[in-house]
Write a protein that binds this ligand. Structure first.
Ligand code: ADP
Length: 258
């Protein structure tokens, strides 16, 4: 394994221990995660990279309790979530985990403000106005709160989606290719805001991306290949990450033609 993560004192946000995920059984089984061990610290921004089919989404889905593990443990907030039932997982996701998707998934008939508050509206909970104001300020959405999604740029829509993911003050935020549908200017804007959310609001963000530039905004980048972690890079740069991904692609091509 390449690279060493500098030791820090941040407490653990979530940890996977010997995590295995197989799809199917017997000869046709796909080994999506082959015994992954990884710890994510609170208040840090981590990018997960790797070729298509390497297991990135599977890791994110199992960590978020959206998909079950075949074996191993996932410790989140002091509990092993692989042992939880559907009700417990639903509550955990509702209160402790936020999601940001590639396609912003905003509700078109509602204003930016209503979209941001939607998770609380659905749970019949009151918003913490100070937190709402802080999010709106950090994400630069103050002038846009009464606009509907189709009156906002892609970057602004994704910022609304980020505020919606953060409104419940989740302990953990998963972002799945959050800049996949954005041009480079909007991508830079959204990534800067994600980084700022980590710095100023103390959020923990785990982001899946195929983009080395996007990964360079993170504090740490993990590279996946064939269901395993093959590199763990602190303070990643775009150059370093694209070199690593290129090397990984060449290795996979050589293995395939052998
Ligand atoms: P990535 O996100 O890195 O592209 P995935 O986690 O989506 O990779 O996939 C890892 C492996 O698991 C791939 O071989 C993929 O085909 C397989 N896989 C993912 N989801 C399923 C599923 N629901 N059923 C069967 N195989 C799956």
């Amino acid at each position: 394994m390449e690279g060493l993560v500098t030791p820090t004192i941040n407490p653990t946000a979530i940890e996977a221990i010997d995590l295995v995920k197989d799809y199917g059984q017997g000869d046709t089984a796909v080994h999506a995660l082959r015994g992954v061990n990884v710890r994510f610290e609170q208040g840090r921004f981590t990018a997960i990279m790797g070729p298509s089919g390497s297991g990135k989404s599977t890791l994110m889905h199992t960590l978020a309790g959206l998909d079950s593990a075949t074996s191993g443990r996932i410790v989140f907030d002091g509990a092993d979530i692989t042992k939880m039932n559907d009700n417990q997982l639903t509550l955990l996701r509702r209160h402790k985990i936020g999601f940001i998707f590639q396609s912003f998934n905003l509700l078109p008939m509602f204003s930016a403000e209503q979209n941001i508050l939607m998770p609380l509206t659905l749970a019949n909970e009151r918003p913490d106005r100070r937190w709402f104001d802080q999010l709106v300020r950090t994400l630069g959405l103050g002038e846009r709160l009464n606009h509907r999604p189709n009156e906002l740029s892609g970057g602004q829509q994704q910022r609304v989606a980020i505020a919606r993911a953060l409104i419940t003050k989740p302990a953990l935020v998963f972002a799945d290719e959050p800049t996949g549908n954005l041009d480079s200017v909007s991508s830079a804007e959204v990534l800067s805001f994600l980084k700022q959310s980590v710095r100023e609001l103390g959020q923990t963000i785990i982001m899946v991306t195929h983009d080395a530039v996007a990964a360079s905004y993170a504090d740490r980048a993990i590279v996946f290949a064939d269901g395993n972690i093959v590199a763990d890079v602190p303070n990643p740069t775009a150059e370093r990450m694209s070199d690593l991904l290129m090397a990984e692609r060449e290795r996979a091509t050589r293995a395939a033609i052998r």
